[in-house]
Design a protein around this ligand. Structure first.
Ligand code: AMP
Length: 441
């Protein structure tokens, strides 16, 4: 299977070969032929699966069929994204895949001036990548005309709803022609997404890939129990030992992330933080510095990190466990990409047992505990009602609440540097019945 056999225009195939893609990822192999045939799509895929190209290539192909247009024109394709970073990345992908086609693309997002965006729109745009809030501003200012939209893509629709964009999305939808192709991509399909999909999509084809990274056997998960007050020292110890790696560290709050990045810097390891309080240019600079290797550590909140295109990270560290268990799956999706091995290390304080339990329930597997000498907390991790892991020696798993034998691979017992596999196997990030609560951005 190659991109040519999927029916893509030769200019696109050439651009893909320029960037070194030879084999379509599973979501691309499934979605591209359906999208080229004009179907609406409902795609279950998260970052790391190649979902961007899965919609970007058919959009470019479709627009290219009519040949290059001259003079100012209104957008024919619209991609909605939850964050500015994702908008920039989608736009970069469109430009890279469409480099042998004459296609104008533009991004509109908040946090920067309207005027340059107004001018770009006036010059003429074929594909517009937009965050819903700022797009609504442009509609109200009449600086954008969406009456020529032929293809609409909602990227990371679940996150857009989480971020409260539904009203803005609905207003944008009312400005679009009814006759169009629509593709909706989402990592999860809870009721609100299904309802939106029902309203938006006509006779949609479903394409679903299991989150490759979350289920990759090559990702090793490990928990280091540690008192909150010692987490920072332990983190810096781990970072110092892994002196050649680019490492992504997740924190729960903007403030905490900032402070942590400063403290890491003070210990002599170049680090940057990325979160919603930073200006757009600061966020992009932080990401650039991390990608170029100038900063070795990127400290991020969940929302800020969502959708970031950071290839092949060997190690993701959860300084705090996420408040929402599903975010654990998103976080570890940053490691072990494309078959490379990866590690997800969580620093867990005794009072974070409830969060750990929610994550293990979601993964349907336990995560191996590994005490680190010098950092063993005075009390065991309190796992909530069943107190399953209190006082357990490292590497032992709690009994399952239904009394059945534990599933998944047994973690290695004992300390040392050996990490145990407790990888989730083939389960989507659903279930568990956690209360949704978001802290951070
Ligand atoms: P995405 O899920 O769209 O964020 O893509 C994840 C990463 O995979 C990005 O770094 C892409 O550049 C890369 N990628 C996407 N499609 C392919 C492909 N067919 N072959 C190799 N890399 C790819």
């Amino acid at each position: 299977m190659n991109f040519e056999s999927l029916g893509l225009a030769p200019e696109l195939v050439r651009a893909l070969s320029d960037v070194g893609y030879t084999i379509p990822t599973p979501i691309q192999a499934e979605a591209i032929p359906l999208a080229l045939a004009g179907h609406d799509l409902m795609g279950g895929a998260q970052t790391g699966t190649g979902k961007t190209a899965a919609f970007a290539l058919p959009v470019l192909h479709r627009l290219a069929q009519d040949g290059p247009k001259r003079g100012p024109r209104k957008p024919r394709a619209l991609v909605l994204t939850p964050t500015r970073e994702l908008a920039v990345q989608v736009n970069d992908s469109l430009r890279s895949y469409g480099k042998h086609l004459r296609m104008n693309t533009a991004t509109v997002y908040g946090g920067v001036g309207m005027q340059p965006q107004i001018e770009a729109l006036r010059r003429g745009v074929d594909i517009l990548v937009a965050c819903p809030g700022r797009l609504l501003d442009h509609l109200q200012h009449r600086s954008v005309d969406l009456s020529g939209i032929e293809v609409l893509v909602l990227d990371e629709a679940d996150r857009m709803l989480d971020m409260g964009f539904l009203p803005a999305i609905k207003r944008v939808l009312s400005a679009l022609p009814k006759a169009r192709q629509t593709m909706l991509f989402s990592a999860t399909f809870e009721e609100s997404i299904k309802k939106l999909a029902l309203e938006l999509l006509k006779d949609p084809r479903q394409v679903q890939v299991t989150p490759q990274n979350a289920t990759a056997a090559s990702v090793t998960h490990v928990v280091h129990p540690v008192d909150s007050s010692r987490k920072r020292d332990l983190l810096i110890d781990i970072l110092s030992k892994r002196h050649t790696d680019q490492i992504l560290v997740f924190g729960r709050t903007k403030h905490g992330c900032n402070r942590l990045a400063e403290q890491i810097e003070k210990s002599g390891i170049p680090a940057v933080a990325i979160h919603g309080n930073k200006s757009q240019s600061q966020r992009l600079k932080a990401l650039r510095d991390f990608k170029s290797g100038e900063a070795r550590v990127l400290v991020a909140t969940d929302v800020a990190a969502r959708g970031l295109d950071i290839p092949l990270l060997p190690l993701v560290i959860n300084f705090d466990l996420p408040m929402v268990a599903e975010d654990y799956v998103h976080r570890i999706g940053r490691t072990g990409r494309a078959g490379a091995s990866g590690e997800a290390v969580s620093l867990v304080a005794p009072d974070e047992g409830g969060l750990l339990r929610a994550i293990q329930r979601l993964l349907k597997a336990d995560i191996a505990m590994q005490e680190v000498e010098g950092y063993v907390p005075s009390t065991g991790i309190r796992m909530g009602n069943d107190n399953a892991s209190r006082g357990r020696p490292s590497g032992q798993r709690p009994p399952r609440r239904d009394g059945a034998a534990p599933r998944g691979r047994r973690p290695h017992a004992g300390g040392g540097e050996r990490h145990a596999h407790a990888g989730p196997k083939g389960h989507g990030p659903r279930g568990g019945g956690e209360r949704r609560q978001r802290v951070g951005d």
